[in-house]
Design a protein around this ligand. Structure first.
Ligand code: HEM
Length: 485
């Protein structure tokens, strides 16, 4: 059916039409058919009726939803430039964040400068190598915490420990400091603020659908967002201030030091405010996605004990207790890599890519008008039976045969996006996800809390900018004596 829609339309390229879609009513558009907590699934269901490119009116906003690899390739490669901007929700305009945001700036000189800064000063192989020891220390803290709980037979909230570890791994990568600990409650405060920011940015807001109402902020979204942003910006400002007061002899030679050098240089294209807003973006875009990925992987493994056994055997063959785990070990852990990919296929932690058109484009014979919101539904493609065999089953083995590549050569599987807006943190995310999982699974066996059975596990997803498990994964670590290879 998809191919029929595709070929019929491309013949009429002179009179291009909007892609088909559900009925749209005055003022509300198709809003009644879209459940906000299951938006990825609602869009998936609609695309079964209207095809892999469809138009959904959300209030007054024309939204084009794409859910096939061929059309995704057209959108993110052929029309990369025209579609590389973002729809900016009213709430993120609080404290003018959208004017200095790597995530929300349109494809522009300033956005390119931010991307370059990230690529050269944060995520370059040299920089990540030099901060590796600090992240290793965070893994050791994590293992100490799990060990203590293991001895006391306590249940662990996997999402919570993943959040604290990722938060500290990223804060150490940038500033060489911890921002939280497992028992202080500060981690929970960070988690609450970041969750609130992500929820506020993705929650339906009448001011987004009827721009005439924007000035009034009728639901108070921008007001609340201002408070959340300020909380994080104040933390980063204190960190920068403290570093500025230090003498050069106490230099860390970390990301923050190199940023400060840039700020002090003449004709710097960045201001202190730019840097603070960049940190805000890196924390909000990087921590929740990475922690949720770790929780989903652990959930899938506890649901599939046979795969858990295979992965633990691989870890025992490749790693050694007497030596610290290094980022370079990841390349030897083929089954672990396949498990992470398979988890991201089933539960892409950024389930829908959110872009905006700055020019009218023709995608396979359909018109995508200027200023349309363009959504790429990764979740639908991950579960499409025309792309994947047995799509709803957890089968990491498919990736050992290279059924898809994470960098997006195959557009049916692009959990980090593709093209200009592709995730800049992919290298760090992969290091943190794999080393944390390897540590948890090499040193401990795991069982579900309360004697729950794998087959009874609730894997219901909650839609948001990040896809979460509705019920937190609670698990018990079990210590095992093992010989070094
Ligand atoms: C498993 C973890 C992660 C996943 C699945 C993920 C996925 C994504 C996706 C799908 C996008 C949007 C791509 C698009 O719109 O086409 C994105 C953008 C972004 N990610 Fe990640 N990400 C992860 C971790 C990280 C980390 C660790 C950081 C930084 C510390 C980060 C920073 C960003 C930023 C700043 C953007 C916006 C880039 C732009 O608009 O130019 N992400 N990520």
């Amino acid at each position: 059916m998809y191919i029929l829609v595709f070929s019929r339309s491309s013949k009429n390229s002179k009179s291009l039409k909007l892609p088909p879609g559900p009925p749209s009513y005055p003022l509300i558009g198709s809003i009644l058919q879209l459940c906000p907590t299951k938006l990825h699934q609602a869009l998936s269901k609609l695309s079964k009726t209207y095809g892999p490119i469809m138009t959904v009116k959300i209030g007054t906003i024309t939204t084009v939803v794409i859910s096939s690899p061929i059309l995704t390739k057209q959108a993110l490669h052929k029309h990369d430039q025209a579609l590389a901007s973002r729809f900016v929700p009213d709430s993120v305009q609080a404290l003018s964040h959208d004017k200095a945001s790597l995530v929300f700036l349109p494809d522009s000189t300033k956005w390119k400068a931010f991307r370059k800064l990230c690529a050269t000063k944060i995520f370059s192989p040299q920089q990540l190598h030099s901060s590796q020891a600090l992240r290793q220390k965070k893994l050791k803290d994590l293992l100490d915490f799990v060990h203590e709980n293991c001895q006391k037979g306590r249940v662990i909230d996997i999402g919570e420990i993943a959040f604290t570890t990722v938060l500290n791994s990223i804060s150490n990568t940038l500033f060489s400091i911890d921002l939280a600990s497992y028992s202080s409650g500060i981690s929970q405060k960070f988690r609450n603020v970041i969750t609130c920011i992500l929820e506020e940015a993705s929650k339906p807001n009448i001011a987004d659908y009827y721009p005439i109402l924007r000035r009034l902020d009728p639901q108070g979204a921008r007001r609340r967002m201002k408070k959340y942003y300020k909380t994080l910006l104040d933390v980063f400002d204190c960190i920068v201030e403290e570093r500025l007061k230090r003498g050069d002899s106490l230099k860390e030679s970390d990301v923050l030091d190199s940023f400060i050098d840039i700020l002090r240089s003449e004709n710097s294209e960045f201001t202190r405010q730019d840097m603070l807003h960049l940190f805000l973006d890196l924390f909000t875009a990087g921590i929740d996605t990475t922690a949720a990925t770790i929780e989903w992987v652990m959930a899938e493994l506890l649901c599939n004990p046979d795969k858990l056994t295979i992965i633990r055997r691989e870890l025992q063959q490749v790693l050694c207790k007497e030596r610290e785990l290094e980022d370079s070990d990841i390349s030897k852990l083929n089954y672990l890599q396949a498990v992470v990919k398979e988890t991201l296929r089933l539960h892409p932690t950024a389930p829908v890519l959110i872009h905006k058109s700055v020019a009218e484009v023709d995608i396979c014979g359909f018109r995508v008008p200027i200023d349309a919101q363009v959504l790429v539904n990764l979740w639908t493609m991950g579960r499409d039976s025309s792309i994947w065999t047995d799509p709803n089953s957890f089968l990491p083995e498919r990736f050992l045969d290279n059924e898809g590549g994470v960098r997006g050569e195959d557009f049916g599987f692009i959990p980090f996006g593709s093209g200009r807006r592709m995730c800049p943190g992919i290298v760090l995310a992969n290091r943190v996800v794999h080393t944390m999982l390897a540590s948890l699974l090499f040193h401990f066996d795991w069982k579900l809390a309360d004697g729950s059975k794998a087959k009874d596990m609730d894997m219901t997803e909650k839609f948001g900018i990040t896809l979460h498990k509705i019920k937190p994964l609670m698990a018990i670590p079990i210590k095992e004596q093992r010989m070094c290879n």
